[in-house]
Design a protein around this ligand. Structure first.
Ligand code: ADP
Ligand code: MG
Length: 388
């Protein structure tokens, strides 16, 4: 794999694939607590500016399904990027076509253009070669800095490097280094915390860390499926019935595996009804498990405080509602206070850290949720393979 330092970018048109997939607020703007993906791309953009490159940014937003969706245009992203960079970013209203070519014809060294949402074109997701080739014609070098999309086999990720000299950007390089440390040079005790919703998307990483980690802590809705697989009551909790059988095949009695010993439950997930703390398994039919309980927090704190390396993805409860945020906050504090090398990823998990102003206490904040989990499960990422 080649890196930025291996190229001379002076006066070159550089296509930079970035991950600007940020949530937009109700006002249609990028909230400053949600702009960490933009910030993460700044080092590469600044490096290329310093090299006097002509910068053409490629990005996607949301899931427009191969057609134009007005609310998913990249204008608010361009605006926030301008603010962060303190220099103009020219946003084009398309990513291909005569007008785009015309506008890019006279691009000057040190200028930054941002093309329209790539997923407005069906060719992006389907990795159509003619789409990739047309994009390739807009530049002379390709830089992939979109770690958050590296697990996708899309045209701008795996197609472009077939047609242009390519390398990894600074963010991609940093992600690979930090995550490889966990996989290839683990320092023990390695403690892995997994929460959030879908165990189906996280089961591979759970399996891998049941082998590699010293302690695996499960919380969030994902733990409900494990609690259910153990035959304990979960009431109306969010659960993935269709993976209960697969979860039963995990080594559920393994002493490394820690599921909540107590939980916070209520009949209302928005916090509009009383809630109560109970030992796991005592949830009544109408109740939902919405957070880990105080004994579990203590247990998790103790394990985290002894770690030499920590990986964390996924909140421990419905942290958006203050009543059910204690478990997630406690874990965030414990990870931040720990002297261990820590890696944290996942959109909601990072939002939580931002809210608590704890991001600067973390060893590495991964910009990839799905990509990070896939990498840490030991799987190959198409976007990284394409650069080899
Ligand atoms: P990340 O984005 O960090 O990878 P996920 O998207 O997997 O995390 O999960 C975050 C979501 O999980 C949050 O919206 C949170 O409300 C939800 N969640 C966590 N615990 C529960 C629970 N017990 N019941 C319902 N939802 C939960
Ligand atoms: Mg999420």
């Amino acid at each position: 794999m080649r890196f930025l330092r291996d190229f001379n970018f002076k006066d070159k048109r550089v296509l930079v694939r970035v991950d600007f997939n940020v949530p937009l607020g109700d006002d249609g703007r990028v909230d400053e607590k949600e702009d960490w993906r933009l910030e993460a791309a700044l080092p590469t953009i600044r490096y290329l500016l310093g090299q006097k490159a002509k910068i053409i940014l490629l990005a996607h937003l949301g899931r427009p399904g191969g057609k134009i969706v007005e609310s998913l245009r990249l204008n608010p992203v361009a605006q926030r990027l301008e603010e962060l960079l303190g220099q103009p970013v020219v946003k084009l209203d398309d990513c291909l076509g005569g007008q785009v070519k015309e506008r890019l014809k006279n691009i000057q060294a040190g200028e930054i253009f941002l093309l329209e949402n790539l997923r407005f074109q069906a060719g992006e997701k389907n990795n159509q070669s003619d789409f990739a080739q047309q994009l390739a014609k807009l530049g002379e070098v390709y830089v992939n800095d979109a770690f958050g999309a590296a697990h996708r086999g899309h045209a701008s990720i795996v197609g472009l490097p077939q047609y242009l000299p390519s390398c990894a950007g600074l963010l991609l390089e940093k992600e690979i280094k930090a995550l490889s440390k966990i996989l290839l040079q683990p320092v023990h005790p390695l403690v892995v915390i997994i929460g959030g919703v879908k165990i189906s998307t996280k089961i591979k990483v759970i399996k891998n860390f049941l082998k590699q980690a010293d302690d695996l802590l499960l919380g969030g809705a994902l733990a409900n499926t494990v609690i259910r697989a153990k035959g304990l009551a979960i009431g109306k909790s969010v659960v993935e019935e269709e993976v209960v059988d697969e979860v039963k095949k995990l080594e559920l009695t393994d002493t490394k595996l820690h599921i909540p010993v107590d939980v916070v439950a209520s009949i209302n997930a928005q916090g509009q009804a009383p809630s109560r703390i109970m030992p796991v398994g005592q949830t009544e039919e109408k109740e939902m498990i919405l957070d880990i309980g105080p004994d579990t927090i203590q247990l998790f704190n103790r394990i985290i405080s002894q770690a030499k390396m920590v990986v964390w993805n996924g909140p421990m409860g419905v942290f958006e509602v203050a009543k059910f945020a204690s478990g997630s906050r406690a874990v965030a504090q414990a990870v931040a206070q720990s002297p261990a090398f820590s890696v944290v990823g996942g959109g909601d998990t990072i939002t939580l850290l931002e809210q608590l102003n704890l991001t600067n206490k973390i060893g590495h904040i991964s910009t990839g949720g799905g990509a990070m989990l896939k990498f840490l499960a030991g799987e190959k990422l198409p976007g990284l393979e394409a650069l080899e």
